[in-house]
Design a protein around this ligand. Structure first.
Ligand SMILES: [Zn+2]
Length: 483
């Protein structure tokens, strides 16, 4: 049986903390924060050095040296092993993000602890809640562009008491987190006898240690079930005002489903995207669009803000990048919802065109759309990634690409291929069979159709030989697809 591995993040609030524990915890946060920025400062010259290296391989070997240097920096610190590696990994990732951004020509500043900037908190939230590497990297990149305010989370990469964290059950359903926070000789070290159930194995866990704290967790059925069905992998402790939260990343195995339907998606003109669901005979069982209303409204506001900003000479537009990221999250969620409902294979246009610089001239025949205006090449890559991740989490395979050439002017009913079929921007009316439909929907029907076509003929194609005419999409669909 094929399975997919997916991660979900569960949030637990830490409750009923004694004053002593809270004081020790706060001190740990401040210490980790200071060490992070101190270490970051000490690595600034290494970052500048990396900027001068053209060769990727050489840069990589520099980053190994950086990790070694960081190990030496944190070694004498009064921390637990977990927090030492948290500082090392955090600084390394931040330095590399700065280097990558600067080398790609973006406006990055070497992060130092300064006064607050508007969207730092937003990206901090994303970093804390992210459950995939890509989103974490994105958040780090954005944080490199802004200044710093909140205390950084403490991260725990291993599930064990010696240098990580564990989630334990005291036997009557109350959950506790053990966090490795300091060395055994630290002033804060107090003897602890753990005798609880390990939520990961369900077995009794007995251990004496003094290198951390056992913290009571507040949680509902949702979190308990998450821990029961998955495996806790990593954790982040977050401080928000006087409250503490533990974000636990849990790994799940999801059974792979065999798609029964094909969900074709086209980027729209009116809406951000349209879709159709077809079965393998071609029958359209559902169609619709993913809302562009909010998008257009926001776009207007953004354009207005940009004009105002230009007037007063401000360079950056607040909230734009936040918006597109949210948009991609929403869009991918909407797509996955439909795919999940029909157990469908998602098919999208091969967006080689969109992946180019938006300022580049359109290829002949390529269409203008909101989608393209909204998403840069980099952002589109992220959308694809989010989509893959979210599809996996419902047991569905990643989206497949088809070439979109001709999909907006081919009649999905009779196969007639003619520019004149596109009556207006919005209306498709076939010159031969009078089939009429919204132009965006026709695109989505054909994108799904092209995939059905490809699946049917792919084994019949001979390598190095041109595709026989009867296999070409518009000819093939005449005899093989019914709407
Ligand atoms: Zn027709």
């Amino acid at each position: 049986m094929k399975t997919y591995n997916v991660f979900k993040t569960f949030r637990f609030e830490i409750k009923d903390l004694s004053k002593t524990k809270m004081r020790d915890l706060n001190k740990t946060f401040v210490q980790a924060e200071m060490s992070f920025y101190k270490a970051l400062e000490l690595c600034k010259e290494d970052a500048e050095k990396m900027l001068l290296i053209d060769d990727k391989k050489e840069r990589k070997s520099e980053s190994f040296k950086l990790a070694k240097k960081l190990q030496a920096i944190v070694k004498p610190l009064p921390f637990s092993s977990a927090l030492k590696s948290s500082v090392i990994e955090g600084v390394k990732a931040q330095v590399l993000s700065y280097v990558e951004l600067t080398l790609s020509g973006q406006d990055a500043t070497y992060p130092t602890k300064l006064d607050q900037d508007y969207d730092f908190e937003y990206w901090m939230d994303i970093l804390i809640n992210s459950c995939d590497v890509e989103t974490e990297n994105l958040a780090r990149d954005e944080m490199s562009k802004s200044k710093v305010k909140e205390l950084r989370p403490l991260t725990f990469e291993k599930y064990r008491t010696t240098d990580g964290f564990m989630i334990l059950d005291n036997g009557d359903g109350r959950l506790f987190a053990f966090l490795n926070l300091w060395g055994a000789k630290d002033k804060r070290a107090r003897k602890l006898e753990i005798d609880m159930v390990d939520t990961r194995t369900g077995e009794q866990f007995v251990k004496k240690t003094s290198t951390g704290l056992l913290l009571p967790l507040k949680c509902g059925e949702h979190q308990v079930e998450g821990l029961r069905n998955g495996q806790a992998k990593t954790a982040k402790l977050v401080k928000r005002g006087d409250r503490y939260f533990l974000m636990v990343s849990v790994a799940f195995e999801v059974e792979a489903r065999t798609p029964e339907y094909v969900l074709g998606i086209d980027r729209g003109i009116e809406e951000i995207a349209t879709y159709t669901v077809r079965d393998h005979t071609g029958k359209v069982v559902d169609k619709g669009s993913f809302s562009g209303v909010q998008l257009r409204e926001h776009q207007r506001k953004m354009e207005l803000a940009q004009k105002n900003n230009q007037r007063v000479g401000k360079k950056r537009i607040k909230g734009w990048s936040d918006y597109t990221t949210n948009l991609m999250h929403n869009l991918s969620n909407e797509i996955v919802k439909v795919a999940d409902k029909y157990s469908a294979q998602v098919v999208i246009e091969d967006l080689t065109n969109i992946k180019n610089n938006p300022k580049m001239k359109r290829k002949t025949g390529a269409r203008k759309s909101n989608f393209r205006r909204m998403l840069s090449r980099q952002q589109y890559g992220r959308l694809e990634f989010m989509l893959e991740y979210k599809l996996k989490s419902v047991g569905l395979p990643p989206a497949k690409d088809v070439l979109a050439a001709g999909t907006s002017i081919t009649c999905p009913k009779c196969g007639n291929y003619d520019k004149e079929n596109r009556l207006t921007r919005d209306t498709f009316k076939c010159k031969v069979c009078d089939y009429t439909e919204h132009a965006d929907i026709v695109g989505a029907i054909n994108i799904a159709g092209k995939f059905i076509n490809f699946e049917a003929i792919k084994t019949k194609l001979k390598k190095g030989k041109p595709m026989p005419d009867e296999f070409k999409y518009n000819n093939w669909l005449k005899n093989n697809l019914t709407l």
